[in-house]
Design a protein around this ligand. Structure first.
Ligand code: GDP
Length: 619
């Protein structure tokens, strides 16, 4: 399947030529009919003599509607550049050719049309002029055909040339990642919402679940059409109309992308390589605000140059585009930047979900160069080094390839130690080592600051070392299995950390334990201990962590022996009777209500007993 897009100055005869070639009057808005001018995109198709059906996107030529031209020109295989014989090369001929160049559409057939309206020697002059102009552009050497849509002169030659030029145009690749940049949304009575666009990256099938990105709304493709004919399956590189169930027309708009659910993430920061048009009147300045056109989307963008303060006309360089609204793009997507009045430049998305950079950051440009040109393994490492850990699926997405295609590369890299795998995450070895030493440092600091605490709360450690939440459990279990730390009951400690009381604290602890042991079932309240046996809350916690006392509530502690004995006797009694009351337990130990409540609550917490009304039963 191939898509041909028209290009050329307003009124040069694009729509008339499409009609003459295809017999199809592309759908038009009423306003267009009234004004006799193409404002938005038109669609038609042409059956070539050899049998191939080619889609044709007819674009507006007027400078005010360049944005609509841009929404349709993405994904075309070949341009049909239309130049009126009576006028020759005009401003939007030039701007369209510049845009085709920026979008890397280097295949074109040139139709010099309206030849019925000029003399032969004039035609010769225009022909030479067009040829000379194109020689300096990406369309240099494109075949030129003379036609008249009015008389039909030259039309068979034009069709033959289109067929010849398309014959050596490779089909669009199937990457298993279908995307339809939406260029039209409308309602069909009895069917509901229909969106159209040029399908790329993969196939779409009837019945498939789809997602609209940005926005993330889901729907089902109830029907598919190509060239107004129902199909069960649409191939990459074809024009499709998708009938959606589950979305109203108000929920989809031009600029969004229809795709399979789950993988395509909206973004507001892109790292790009961009070129400023040689014919631009001014340099592009750091911080400039321009309109970004990519796919069918159009959003305001601030251009942050990553090197220097300006890019002169004809120069190219690295930049980050900060977008005012999210778009859905992948690595390798092409874009154009415009002011309201003219095209300034454009280029290629290299990192579709970019982090913020410091300018003149060491290694930044080198990393981006590798990402743009490098082999997948080099690019993966460059990306991970720049970005920190990524899940394999996200890494593949940044690299612009399906995970299935990259998995063998990733696995080989993990096997030979060039990548570290933790759960679904992949890390550069330097990042894995960095997390390990950051964790060790954080724990050492924590233990020094709080020597009496058993360990650092997990979440505190995670945020200290800046590990992604989904990565952190894998990092902990890896470090624990390497013996670097111990992760228990939500607390993390260095493997060699031991809670130790001061000498004076030890002396008070010994007294306190002796006092508890003297009245095992009715121990003195912690708050009423004599000064030589008084421990603060932190010291008590440490003693409990060491297993030397059992804390039951704020003011009650038992010796571990007394606690174990009471626990066993309560359990024994429960086995005999099924349930016990607070009074039963009190009588069992000759204790008082206060201690029994503390004990039972402790047993409840440990899931040994359970409260049912006023009774306790086994858990
Ligand atoms: P577009 O803006 O490039 O799509 O131009 P249109 O297709 O709307 O054509 C602009 C004008 O040129 C219309 O008035 C057409 O009738 C006229 N036109 C188009 N093709 C020819 C042609 O081959 N010969 C002559 N004489 N007029 C043409």
């Amino acid at each position: 399947m191939h898509v041909v897009g028209t290009a050329g100055h307003v009124d040069h005869g694009k729509s008339t030529l499409v009609r003459a070639l295809t017999g199809i009057d592309p759908d038009r808005l009423r306003e267009e009919k009234e004004r006799g001018m193409t404002i938005d995109l038109g669609f038609a198709w042409l059956k070539l003599p050899g049998g191939e059906e080619v889609s044709i996107v007819d674009v507006p030529g007027h400078e005010r509607f360049i944005k609509n031209m841009l929404a349709g020109v993405g994904g075309i295989d070949l341009a049909l550049l239309v130049v009126a014989a009576d006028e020759g090369v005009m401003p939007q001929t030039v701007e369209h050719v510049e845009i085709l160049d920026l979008l890397r559409v280097h295949r074109a057939v040139v139709a010099i049309t309206k030849i019925d309206a000029v003399e032969p020697d004039w035609l010769e002059l225009v022909h030479a002029d067009v040829e000379e102009y194109l020689a300096k552009t990406g369309l240099a050497g494109a075949p030129i055909v003379h036609v008249s849509a009015l008389t039909g002169n030259g039309l068979p030659e034009l069709v033959a040339q289109l067929e010849a030029s398309l014959a050596d145009t490779p089909p669009r690749p199937n990457l298993g990642r279908p995307r339809v940049p939406v260029d039209r949304v409308f309602t069909v009575a009895g069917f509901g919402t229909v969106v159209t666009g040029t399908l790329m990256g993969g196939e779409l099938a009837v019945g498939q679940e789809v997602e609209v990105v940005p926005g993330g709304l889901r729907a089902r493709a109830r029907g598919l059409q190509t060239h107004k004919t129902k199909v069960q399956r649409a191939l990459p590189g074809s024009r499709v109309a998708v009938n959606l169930v589950g979305l109203s027309t108000g929920e989809v708009r031009r600029g969004q992308v229809l795709t399979t659910p789950g993988w395509l993430k909206p973004t507001t920061a892109l790292d790009v390589n961009l070129a400023v048009l040689a014919g631009a009147p001014h340099p592009l300045l750091h911080g400039a605000i321009l309109t970004l056109h990519t796919g069918s989307a159009e959003v305001e963008a601030r251009v942050l140059l990553l090197q220097g303060n300006a890019l002169a006309p004809g120069e190219s360089g690295w930049a980050q585009l900060r977008l005012m609204e999210p778009v859905a793009v992948v690595k390798g997507d092409l874009f154009v930047l415009r002011t309201p009045n003219r095209t300034v430049g454009g280029g290629e998305v290299v990192d579709p979900v970019a982090r913020r950079h410091r300018r003149r950051e060491v290694g930044l440009i080198e990393g981006l160069e590798v990402l743009r040109k490098g082999e997948p393994d080099e690019a993966a490492l460059a990306l991970l080094e720049a970005r920190g850990p990524l899940e394999a699926s996200a890494l593949a997405e940044r690299l612009g390839q399906p995970l299935a295609a990259l998995r063998p590369t990733f696995e080989a890299m993990v096997a030979d130690g060039r990548l570290v795998k933790m759960g679904d995450f992949l890390l550069a070895p330097s990042a894995a080592a960095g997390f390990a030493s950051a964790a060790q440092r954080a724990l050492a600091d924590y233990h020094a600051a709080y020597p009496l605490r058993a360990g650092m709360p997990r979440e505190e450690l995670r945020s200290r070392i800046g590990a992604p939440p989904r990565l952190f459990p894998h990092l902990l279990s890896r470090l624990a299995s390497e013996g670097a730390l111990v992760d228990r009951d939500g607390l993390v400690r260095a493997a060699d950390h031991q809670v130790r009381l001061s000498e004076d604290g030890e002396a008070r602890a010994a007294r306190l334990i002796a006092l508890l042991a003297a009245q095992p079932y009715t121990p003195p309240a912690l708050g009423e201990m004599p000064p030589e046996a008084r421990l603060d809350a932190e010291e008590l916690r440490a003693l409990a962590d060491q297993g030397r006392i059992v804390l039951a509530g704020d003011d009650v502690a038992f010796t571990p022996e007394a606690y174990a004995e009471m626990r066993d006797r309560v359990v024994e009694r429960l086995k005999e009777r099924g349930s016990v009351t607070v009074a039963d337990v009190r009588d069992l130990f000759g204790s008082s209500r206060k201690y029994v409540l503390a004990l039972l609550e402790c047993l409840d917490q440990q899931h040994i007993t359970r409260r049912v009304g006023d009774d306790r039963v086994l858990h």
